[in-house]
Write a protein that binds this ligand. Structure first.
Ligand code: MG
Ligand code: ZN
Length: 221
C-alpha cells in the first residue's frame, strides 16, 4: 500500500512539472486556457457548442477534447468550423498534463487566443491533475443531485466557476436550486455560479462574458 502511494506521488510531481511547461507554452503563444470538467453527460460539449458560437465573435477559439474513446466530440466542434484536437485516453479516466502537451503541436495557436480543454467525464481524478490551464470550470446538470459538491469536494474546491446546466428541464424535476447553490458555496465560497440551458441559450451569454472578463484580467496582468 505504501508503495502505491509513493508511485502516485511521483506521477503527480511529474504532472505538475509538465503542467508548468504547458503554462509557459500558453504564455509564449499568448493563449488563455480554460478547462471543463463534469460527470459524463452533464453537457460539456453542448455548452462548448453554444458558448463558442458566441465567444468566437470576440476572440479566436479552439478546443482540445478528452475522451476515453471516439472522436465524436471533436467532430461536433469541427462542424462549427472551430479547430479541435481529440485526445483519446484509451481507458484512462482523466487527462493529464502530458496528454495535453502531446496535443499542443496540433493546436493552430496562430489562430487560437482562447483554448478550451474538455476533460474526460469524471469528477474524481481530474481534480488531481493540473493541466496548466488558467481557469477551471466544473459543469453539473440539474438532472444530477444537488449534493454533487459535497460528494466530490476536491473538484469543486479547485474550480473557479460552476455551471448548472440543463435548467430548461427544471419544470420536470424536483431540483432545489437554492440548496444546490448553498452546497456549492459551502465547499467553495469563491465559486462563481451560472445557470444555463444549451437548448434555450439562457445564461450562456452571461457565462461567456465572465470568461472574457477573466481572460482580459490575465492578459492585462
Ligand atoms: Mg463531451
Ligand atoms: Zn482518472
Amino acid at each position: 500500500m505504501a508503495k502505491v502511494v509513493t508511485i502516485e506521488q511521483r506521477i503527480l510531481k511529474k504532472n505538475t512539472e509538465v503542467a508548468a511547461e504547458n503554462r509557459r507554452h500558453f504564455e509564449e503563444q499568448g493563449a488563455y486556457v480554460v478547462s471543463l470538467a463534469s460527470s459524463p453527460g452533464s453537457g460539456k460539449t453542448s455548452l462548448l457548442e453554444v458558448a463558442l458560437t458566441e465567444l468566437r465573435k470576440e476572440v479566436a477559439v479552439g478546443v482540445i477534447e478528452g475522451d476515453v474513446q471516439t472522436d465524436n466530440d471533436a467532430r461536433r466542434i469541427e462542424a462549427l468550423g472551430i479547430p479541435a484536437v481529440q485526445v483519446v485516453t484509451n481507458g484512462t479516466c482523466h487527462l493529464d498534463a502530458q496528454m495535453v502537451q502531446g496535443a499542443l503541436e496540433h493546436v493552430p495557436f496562430d489562430k487560437v487566443e482562447l483554448l478550451f480543454i474538455e476533460n474526460v467525464g469524471n469528477l474524481v481524478c481530474p481534480a488531481s491533475y493540473d493541466l496548466g490551464e488558467h481557469l477551471r470550470i466544473v459543469v453539473a446538470s440539474v438532472t444530477e443531485g444537488e449534493d454533487k459538491p459535497l460528494k466530490y469536494p476536491a473538484m469543486f474546491r479547485r474550480s473557479h466557476a460552476l455551471v448548472l446546466n440543463k435548467i430548461d428541464l427544471l419544470p420536470y424535476l424536483r431540483y432545489d436550486m437554492a440548496a444546490a447553490r448553498a452546497m456549492a458555496l459551502r465547499v467553495n465560497s469563491n465559486l462563481e455560479i451560472f445557470e444555463t440551458s444549451c437548448l434555450t441559450g439562457q445564461g450562456v451569454l452571461e457565462f461567456c462574458q465572465w470568461v472574457l472578463t477573466q481572460m482580459a484580467k490575465t492578459t492585462a496582468a
